[in-house]
Design a protein around this ligand. Structure first.
Ligand code: NDP
Length: 815
C-alpha cells in the first residue's frame, strides 16, 4: 500500500514563477533605453554608444544602456562636486532624514527591485527578495543613524569630498548600498558605476532616490565599461575610490591612484575555507556548505569554496553532501522554488567550466549530481571536486562559481594551516559543537569575517573586508565610516608630485646616494683624554648589529660638522629585520598573542627608561638639529607622554560587540596588521619615531623602523632604552640608512603586511604603487605637514586605525 509518506517522497515541486510584468512595464516606460543619471535627471549623452543587457536565465534582451565617455564622467564628477559644497554643510540630522526617506522608498519598491535584480543577474528571486533588497534598505536605515550621530560621535572628523565607486555584478544592489550609504551619511557625494553585466538595478535605484527627494548631484550613476571606471578613478576632482571586484583590477586601481592623495578601499577576491570538525552537527554543516558555496551560484567574494573537513568524518560528510546536492533545484531566477539560478554571463560560465576541467586534469574527482538543468540559459550544475592537492591551482585560485573543492585534516593545527594556506583572507566558517575549539580556530584564521556554525551572514552593523590580497578597508559598521572621513585638522591632501606615465621605469630607491664618509672630529672628555668610541649600530632581532655592507654614513650637525656615523643599511639588512619581525610576530606565543596588559607594561617601561635618560636625549636633539634646548626638551617630554598614551591604548582598543540582526553575538576584534615597515619623518626625529612605533607595537604588530636619515642618532640611542625595557627580541627592529633605498625593499617584501611612510611626495607615490605586489596596506604622509607635537595630529584614533584590522566573528546562539 502506498503511504502518504511515500507519496510525499515522489512529489516534485511545481514551478512557482514570480511575474516579470511590473519590471517589463518599467523597462517599457523607458523605451528599454537608458541614459546616465546625473543631477537627479536622465541625461542622454550625445553620440553615445549603447550596450545591451540580457537576462541570463532566458537570454532575453532587457534594455540598452549608455557607455559613458570622458565628457560624461566629467559632468557626473562636476555635479557631485557642486552638490558636495552644500551636502557636506547640511546638518547630519537633515541628511539622516533624506536617508531615512530613501530606505522607506526602497521598502515601497521592494518587489520591483528584487524582480529586476533577479532578471538582470540570474540570482534566485528568493535571494534577491529575502537577502539583497532587505539588506539594501537596512544599510540606508543604519547609516541614516550615523548621519544623525556624526556631529556628536565623530566630532573630530570631516567629510572627504567626491567619492568614485565601482561595483561588481554579483550583488549589484547590495554592493551599491555598502558603498553609497556610508559615503553620503558622512556628507560626501558619489559617482557610482555598476558592472557592465548588471547595470539595470542601479538605474532603478537612481529613480528611487530621486523620488525620495535627495538633492540633485548627491548620487550620480553612470554606466560604462571598465574604461569609464578608469576615468572615474583617475579624475583629479575625485577624492576617494571604493572598489569591489577582482584582485587584478584592484591592483590596477592601486597603481592608478598611487601618490595622488586619494583614499582607496579595495574589496577583492577570496577562496574562503569552511572548516568542519568531527564533533559538528554534520547535517547542519551540510546545510551550511549549501549556503556557503551555492548561494548566488557561488558568485560571492566570500563564498565558502574550500571545504576542509576532519578526516575521520570526511567520507560520511561528503556522502551526505552529495545526497543533498542531488536535491538542489537549478532553474529560472524568477522561480520561487529554485536553489540556484543562472551564471551571470557566458564568459563567466566558460571560466567556471575551465576551472572544473582544470580540477579534473589536476587529479581531482569531479562530482556533479544527476539533476535536470533548463535547456536554455546559462546554468551550471553544483560541483564538488575532491582528492586535490592543497597546492593545486583549483584549490588556490578563485573560481567564482558553484564549485567546491574539498580537503581533509587531522588536527586543529593542520586545519588552521590549511585554512590560512591562501593569499586571500576574506571570510571563513568553522563548524564545531565545541565552542572553545571553534572560537580558538576563529581567532587564528586570518580573514575579515569568521562565521561560527553559519556562513554568509551579513548585516549593516558589522564591517566586511579582507586581510592580505583580499584587499583593505571595511564596509559596514562603525569601522566602515573611516573610509569616508578625514581628520578635521587635515586639508584635502594634494601631494606636490606628478606621477610618471604608468610603467615608466623608476630609479627611486635603487641606489644609495653617494655620501662621503667623513671622519668624526676627535672628541675629548673633561679630563683631556679621548672619549671611548661609541658606534651606533642597527638593531635587529634584539641584537646590535653592524651593517651587512660594512659602510657607514656620516651624521652632520646643523653646521655641517660630523657628529657620528651610522650603519648604511642595505637590502640584506632589511630582509634580516623583516625576518626577525616576522619571527616575533608568529612565535608561540607571539607579540600579538600577549595580553594588552603585558604590552602596556612594556610601553610604560620604555617611557620610564626614556625619561630616566631625558637630558641625554635633549642634548642629542640639540646637537643633531641645532634647535634650542627648550624645543628639544619639549620633544623628549612629548615622546615620553606619547609612550604613555599608547601604553594606555594597549588594552583599550580591542574591539566591540556589534549590534547586528543576528540572534547571537557578533564580535569585532581589532587585530594587529602583522609586520609593519615604518619610515620616519625628519621633523622631530625622536617624537616622530616614537609616535609611529608606539601605536604599532601597542596593538600587537612588530615593526621594522627606518629612522630619519638626517637625524638618526636619537633612534640609535633608543635601542639601548628598548634593550632595558623588556621588549622581546624582534618586536622593534631599527635599520639606519637611506630612507627610500630601505623602504623600497620593505614595500616589495611579501612578509611585510603594511608600510607607513613619512618621507617625500615621490616616495609616497612609489610606496603606494609598489604595495600592490601583495596588496599591503599603506599609510603615507606625501611630504605634507603634520605637527607631531600636537596630540590631535600625533596620536589617537587615526594611528590605532592604521595599526589594526577588524575581524568580525559571528556566533549564533540558541539550540
Ligand atoms: P572586475 O574586477 O573586472 O570588475 C569589477 C568592476 O570594475 C566592474 O564595474 C568593472 O566594469 C570595473 N572595471 C573593470 N576594469 C576596470 C578598470 N580598469 N578601471 C576601473 N574599473 C574597472 O571583475 P569582473 O566582473 O570582470 O569579474 C572577474 C573576476 O573577478 C570574477 O571571475 C571573480 O573572480 C572576481 N570578482 C570578485 C568579486 C568580489 O566581490 N570579490 C566581484 C566580482 C568579480 P565592467 O563590468 O564594465 O568591466
Amino acid at each position: 500500500m502506498t503511504t502518504l509518506l511515500d507519496l510525499f517522497k515522489t512529489m516534485e515541486y511545481g514551478p512557482a514563477p514570480e511575474s516579470p510584468a511590473a519590471v517589463n512595464a518599467w523597462l517599457e516606460e523607458h523605451g528599454r533605453k537608458f541614459g546616465l543619471f546625473i543631477n537627479n535627471e536622465w541625461v542622454t549623452p550625445k553620440g553615445a554608444k549603447y550596450y545591451s543587457s540580457y537576462n541570463p536565465s532566458t537570454g532575453d534582451l532587457l534594455a540598452e544602456t549608455a557607455q559613458a565617455e570622458k565628457k560624461d564622467v566629467d559632468a557626473a564628477v562636476a555635479a557631485a562636486r557642486a552638490a558636495f559644497e552644500s551636502w557636506s554643510q547640511t546638518p547630519g540630522v537633515v541628511r539622516a532624514r533624506y536617508m531615512y526617506a530613501i530606505a522607506r522608498n526602497i521598502q515601497k519598491h521592494h518587489r520591483l527591485l528584487a524582480v529586476l535584480e533577479s532578471m538582470d543577474n540570474g540570482k534566485p528571486i528568493r535571494e534577491s527578495r529575502d537577502v539583497d533588497v532587505p539588506l539594501l534598505a537596512r544599510h540606508f536605515f543604519y547609516y541614516a543613524g550615523w548621519a544623525q550621530l556624526m556631529e556628536t560621535e565623530l566630532r573630530e572628523y570631516q567629510s572627504i569630498g567626491v567619492i568614485g565607486q565601482i561595483i561588481p555584478w554579483n550583488f549589484p544592489l547590495m554592493m551599491l548600498a555598502w558603498k553609497i550609504a556610508p559615503a553620503i551619511a558622512m556628507g560626501n557625494t558619489v559617482v557610482l558605476k555598476p558592472a557592465s553585466y548588471t547595470r539595470m538595478s542601479a538605474l532603478l535605484f537612481a529613480e528611487v532616490v530621486a523620488e525620495a527627494g535627495l538633492p540633485p548631484g548627491v548620487i550620480n550613476i553612470i554606466t560604462g565599461s571598465g574604461k569609464a571606471g578608469e576615468m572615474i578613478v583617475t579624475h583629479p576632482d575625485v577624492d576617494k575610490i571604493a572598489f569591489t571586484g577582482s584582485t587584478e583590477i584592484g591592483r590596477t586601481l592601486r597603481h592608478l591612484t598611487a601618490g595622488s592623495g586619494k583614499k582607496i578601499s579595495l574589496e577583492l577576491g577570496g577562496k574562503s575555507p569552511v572548516v568542519v570538525f568531527d564533533d559538528a552537527d554534520l547535517d547542519s554543516a551540510v546545510e551550511g556548505v549549501v549556503d556557503a558555496i551555492w548561494f548566488n551560484q557561488g558568485q560571492v567574494c566570500c563564498a565558502g569554496s574550500r571545504l576542509i573537513v576532519q578526516e575521520n568524518v570526511a567520507p560520511r560528510f561528503l556522502q551526505k553532501l552529495k545526497t543533498r546536492m542531488g536535491h538542489l533545484r537549478v532553474g529560472d531566477s524568477l522561480d520561487k522554488a529554485i536553489d540556484m539560478g543562472a551564471i551571470v554571463d557566458k564568459s563567466q560560465w566558460d571560466t567556471v567550466d575551465y576551472w572544473v576541467k582544470t580540477g579534473a586534469k589536476e587529479g581531482g574527482n569531479v562530482f556533479q549530481p544527476d539533476i535536470p538543468l533548463p535547456t536554455t540559459g546559462l546554468f551550471y550544475k553544483p560541483t564538488l571536486i575532491t582528492d586535490l592537492d592543497p597546492a593545486a591551482s583549483t584549490v588556490q585560485e578563485e573560481i567564482f562559481g558553484p564549485v567546491l573543492v574539498s580537503l581533509t585534516f587531522r588536527t586543529p593545527e593542520e586545519a588552521i594551516a590549511l585554512a590560512n594556506n591562501t593569499r586571500y583572507g576574506l571570510g571563513a566558517s568553522v563548524w564545531s559543537d565545541n565552542i572553545n575549539l571553534a572560537l580558538d580556530v576563529a581567532s587564528k584564521i586570518k580573514a575579515g569575517a569568521i562565521w561560527v556554525n553559519c556562513h554568509n551572514v551579513f548585516d549593516a552593523a558589522a564591517g566586511f573586508g579582507g586581510y592580505r590580497e583580499s584587499g583593505f578597508g571595511r564596509e559596514g559598521g562603525r569601522e566602515g565610516l573611516f573610509e569616508y572621513i578625514r581628520p578635521k585638522w587635515m586639508d584635502r591632501p594634494q601631494p606636490d608630485f606628478t606621477p610618471p606615465v604608468e610603467g615608466k621605469k623608476s630609479t627611486w630607491g635603487e641606489t644609495i646616494p653617494a655620501r662621503p664618509s667623513r671622519p668624526e672630529s676627535n672628541r675629548v672628555n673633561g679630563h683631556g683624554t679621548p672619549q671611548v668610541d661609541r658606534t651606533p649600530k642597527m638593531y635587529i632581532g634584539g641584537k646590535q648589529v653592524r651593517p651587512d655592507g660594512a659602510y657607514t654614513l656620516a651624521v652632520l650637525d646643523a653646521k655641517g660638522k660630523v657628529i657620528g656615523q651610522v650603519g648604511d643599511g642595505n637590502r640584506k639588512d632589511i630582509r634580516n629585520a623583516v625576518e626577525a619581525a616576522h619571527a616575533a610576530h608568529v612565535a608561540k606565543p607571539g607579540w600579538a598573542m600577549r595580553h594588552g596588559y603585558n604590552r602596556s607594561q612594556i610601553l610604560y617601561f620604555i617611557a620610564e627608561n626614556l625619561d630616566a635618560r631625558n637630558a641625554e636625549f635633549v642634548k642629542r636633539i640639540v646637537e643633531m638639529t641645532g634647535r634650542r634646548q627648550k624645543s628639544a626638551q619639549a620633544e623628549v617630554d612629548a615622546a615620553v607622554e606619547r609612550l604613555f598614551t599608547n601604553a594606555a591604548y594597549a588594552d583599550k582598543y580591542g574591539g566591540t560587540i556589534q549590534e547586528t540582526t543576528l540572534r547571537g553575538i557578533t564580535v569585532a576584534v581589532n587585530e594587529p596588521v602583522g609586520v609593519i615597515g615604518i619610515a620616519c619623518p625628519d621633523e622631530y626625529p625622536l617624537l616622530g619615531f616614537v609616535s609611529l612605533m608606539a601605536p604599532a607595537i601597542a596593538r600587537g604588530n612588530t615593526v621594522v623602523m627606518v629612522p630619519s636619515p638626517r637625524f638618526p642618532l636619537s633612534a640609535t640611542d633608543l635601542y639601548q632604552v628598548l634593550d632595558t625595557s623588556d621588549v622581546p627580541d624582534g618586536v622593534v627592529n631599527i635599520v639606519t640608512g637611506d630612507r627610500d633605498h630601505l623602504v623600497k625593499t620593505l614595500v616589495q617584501h611579501e612578509d611585510v603586511d603594511a608600510v607607513w611612510y613619512f618621507g617625500s611626495a615621490e616616495g609616497g607615490y612609489r610606496v603606494e604603487y609598489e604595495s600592490a605586489v601583495n596588496m599591503k596596506r599603506t599609510w603615507v604622509g606625501y611630504g605634507l605637514p603634520r605637527d607631531w607635537m600636537d596630540r590631535e595630529q600625533g596620536e589617537g584614533h587615526e594611528f590605532l586605525h592604521e595599526a589594526t584590522q577588524v575581524k568580525n566573528i559571528w556566533v549564533p546562539t540558541g539550540e
